[in-house]
Design a protein around this ligand. Structure first.
Ligand code: URP
Ligand code: ZN
Ligand code: ZN
Length: 476
């Protein structure tokens, strides 16, 4: 089965040019001069007309939490619903986190994640491993997982008693990664300091969602980021700091990069667009001052008055923000976020965005914040390089998987759960309600199969496959 995508502009992380893309089976086999099919012997079984549109590599969302257990409940998207929403939004690979909390065995959890995902994904998927308890057994598992295609390990400096690793444990895990070539991913917030501030706020009666943000101030993120950078330098481990929201934390990572360290920053659409004041502090008729629970996530949304959002866009342009992932961790308001009525500390942490990342970042192109190529770079190509997928994913080149998106820069997308809006995630609200995007995901191919076209989702949950990852291809 061959498919020819004609008339479009192929956008890569380094440039854009008018080319036709020929797909045979699951792979891209050629990039052709526009119109070649009418001149030569090439006839494809199917033709997709991309005239006036962009053709980009399928998006890679390197940070999702499908069905993640958190705060006494589970993230509301299953692999089935979440990967389908990803397909709607032009994301053709998700990298989800296997969770090992205190008291659990890493390899048991990996088996559980394979069981949950297999046969249930609309698009391809891979795994990172959360190491919630660093000990001899989990360190040994880190070595084993490299051979199983799970080559990155998330540690937490937050959530004491659940996920938090001590500095000594972090050093041991980093030494292991430095030895086996793995990548350390860090949730950088000072959890012990935050717990004190949270306790004091609750005792004062400051219990609304807004205080989730207030009790996780930028100093707690910058301090932890600095510590992570220093411990990574000490041990020689490459460091990727996840969901960075504070401009001061980013400045610290930029400084480490300038010094030649393998330090990388990920941010998320919520930190680029949303804020402590507008969102965590929001009120509504339905939810009153609990409305802000919709945007409770960690790290938290930051103050617009302090200018974090503009600085994050700047660091995207300088290259010090390496990737944009969603940290997709959705919870419904009903029965889930509601657990924290009267005590913000009990609100499950997370926002759902897996469907909207490409659109939201494309709006950054339209608004003059980033270039077209940077859009592809941070959403598709660098995530592939960062996480050992490049060659197969993240690039439009012969031999690569035919994960492709036809994106209409003159189309329109209205995000939200309201009438006529786009929302396919399993949530009873949208964190992005009312966002209007000057662009549209028209057609999505995953390994040569159209999974979304202008009629809607046409994929199947049996399509997605587990992808074994190589070591990072993005280290200095
Ligand atoms: O609020 C968040 N980020 N929830 C997901 C878990 C994590 O720390 O990434
Ligand atoms: Zn985290
Ligand atoms: Zn996360």
């Amino acid at each position: 089965m061959t498919t020819l995508i004609t008339g479009g502009t192929v956008v890569s992380s380094t440039g854009s040019s008018r080319q036709d893309v020929l797909v045979d089976g699951e792979r891209i086999v050629a990039l052709l001069e526009p119109g070649t099919q009418t001149l030569g012997p090439i006839t494809a079984d199917t033709t997709i007309d991309a005239t006036g549109k962009y053709v980009i590599p399928g998006g890679i969302d390197a940070h999702t939490h499908m069905e993640m257990p958190f705060g006494g409940t589970n993230a509301s998207d299953t692999f089935e619903t979440g990967s389908r929403a990803a397909a709607w939004g032009g994301t053709t690979t998700i990298v989800d986190f296997v969770v090992q909390a205190h008291g659990q065995r890493v390899q048991d959890q990996v088996a559980l994640w394979h069981e949950k995902a297999a046969g249930n994904c609309a698009v391809d998927y891979a795994f990172h491993q959360i190491i919630g308890e660093v000990d001899d057994e989990s360190l040994k598992a880190m070595d084993e997982l490299i051979g199983e295609g799970i080559t990155s390990f998330k540690l937490f400096m937050a959530y004491p008693g659940v996920f938090l690793s001590s500095d000594g444990q972090i050093v041991r895990a980093m030494q292991t990664a430095a030895g086996n070539g793995g990548l350390i991913m860090m949730h950088a917030e000072n959890g012990s300091a935050i717990d004190v501030l949270v306790q004091q706020a609750i005792e004062r009666g400051d219990t609304t969602p807004y205080f989730h943000g207030v009790t996780r101030p930028w100093q707690t993120e910058q301090e932890a980021t600095h510590r992570a950078v220093m411990l990574a330098e000490l041990t020689g481990a490459p460091l990727y700091v996840v969901h960075v929201s504070a401009k001061q934390a980013l400045a610290r990572i930029a400084e480490a990069r300038d010094a030649g360290q393998n330090a990388f920053a990920e941010t998320c659409p919520q930190y680029l667009y949303l804020s402590l004041e507008d969102n965590l502090g929001a009120r509504s008729e339905q939810w009153g001052d609990f409305e802000g629970a919709k945007w409770v996530c960690s790290t938290p949304l930051r103050s617009r008055a302090e200018g974090h959002q503009d600085e994050l866009w700047k660091y995207l342009r300088t290259g010090d923000v390496t990737t944009v992932s969603t940290d997709h961790c959705p919870f419904c308001m009903k029965d889930q976020k509601e657990l924290g009525v009267g005590n913000f500390a009990k609100i499950p942490n997370g926002i759902g965005s897996v469907e909207h990342r490409l659109d939201l970042l494309f709006q950054g192109v339209k608004d003059g914040r980033i270039s077209l190529e940077k859009w592809v770079d941070v959403c598709c190509t660098t995530p592939a390089r960062m996480f050992g997928l490049y060659g197969r994913k993240g690039v439009i080149a012969p031999g690569a998987d035919a994960d492709l998106v036809v994106y209409d820069p003159n189309g329109h997308t209205s995000i939200g759960v309201g009438e006529g809006r786009t929302h396919h995630m399993n949530m009873d609200y949208s964190a992005w309600e009312g966002y209007e995007i000057d662009g549209h995901v028209d057609v999505v191919l995953s390994r040569g199969t159209v999974v979304k076209d202008t009629s809607g989702y046409v994929g199947s949950k049996a399509h997605g496959r587990f992808v074994k990852r190589e070591l990072s291809q993005n280290l200095i």
